[in-house]
Design a protein around this ligand. Structure first.
Ligand code: HEM
Length: 159
C-alpha cells in the first residue's frame, strides 16, 4: 500500500515546474508523478506527512521539526490541501523557495479544484454594461461641465 498507482503516474516532456505563486519558478526532473487526494490523505502522520500546495504535492516529513511555525500546524494540514493555510500565513519568498526541496509530484487532475478566476474573467468581460458606464459617466460629466463653463463665460462677457 502507499505506492502510487500506475494509472496515476504519467511521464511528461516538461522541464519546468511553476509554483503558481508569482515569482518562483523551478526546473525539476521530467518524470512527474501524479497523486490522488485519496493517497495523500493517508500520509498524515509524523513518520510520513504529505500535503498539497497549489496542486503540487510535498513530502514534508523531514521538515516537520524544522518548520519555524511549528510541527503542529503542519500536522494539522498533512494529508490535505494546505494552499489556503499556507497563503493565509503570508509566507516569505524564502519559504516559497524552500518548497522545491520537498516536491514529490502533482495532484491528480481529477482532484484539482476548478479555477474560478478564468470563469470570473469571462463573466465580467462578457458583460459589456460595466465597461460602458466606465467611460460614459465621465464623458457626460465633461460635456455638462463644458456647457456650464460656456454659459458662465458668455454671461461674464455681456455684463
Ligand atoms: C512545506 C510547506 C511550508 C514551508 C516550506 C514553510 C516554511 C515556513 C518558513 C520559512 C517560515 C518562517 C517565516 C517565513 O519565512 O515566511 C514559516 C512560518 C510559519 N508557517 Fe510555514 N511553511 C510551510 C507550510 C505551512 C503551513 C501549511 C502552515 C499552516 C498553517 C504554516 C504555518 C506557518 C506559521 C503559523 C508560521 C509562523 C509565522 C510567524 O511566526 O510569523 N506553514 N513557514
Amino acid at each position: 500500500m502507499g505506492e502510487e498507482m500506475n494509472d496515476n503516474k504519467f511521464n511528461t516532456n516538461c522541464a519546468s515546474i511553476a509554483n503558481n505563486m508569482g515569482d518562483v519558478n523551478h526546473t525539476v526532473d521530467c518524470d512527474v508523478k501524479y497523486y490522488t487526494l485519496e493517497e495523500i490523505k493517508s500520509r498524515n502522520m509524523c513518520k510520513e506527512a504529505w500535503l498539497v500546495i497549489h496542486d503540487k504535492v510535498y513530502d514534508i516529513t523531514s521538515f516537520l521539526e524544522e518548520h519555524p511555525g511549528g510541527e503542529e500546524v503542519l500536522l494539522e494540514q498533512a494529508g490535505s490541501d494546505a494552499t489556503e493555510s499556507f497563503e493565509d500565513v503570508g509566507h516569505s519568498t524564502d519559504a516559497r523557495e524552500m518548497l522545491i526541496q520537498y516536491y514529490i509530484g502533482e495532484l491528480h487532475m481529477d482532484d484539482r479544484k476548478k479555477d474560478c478566476t478564468t470563469e470570473a474573467h469571462i463573466t465580467t468581460s462578457g458583460d459589456g454594461s460595466s465597461s460602458w458606464t466606465a467611460w460614459l459617466i465621465p464623458a457626460i460629466a465633461a460635456v455638462v461641465l463644458g456647457v456650464m463653463y460656456r454659459y458662465y463665460m458668455l454671461e461674464h462677457k455681456s455684463s
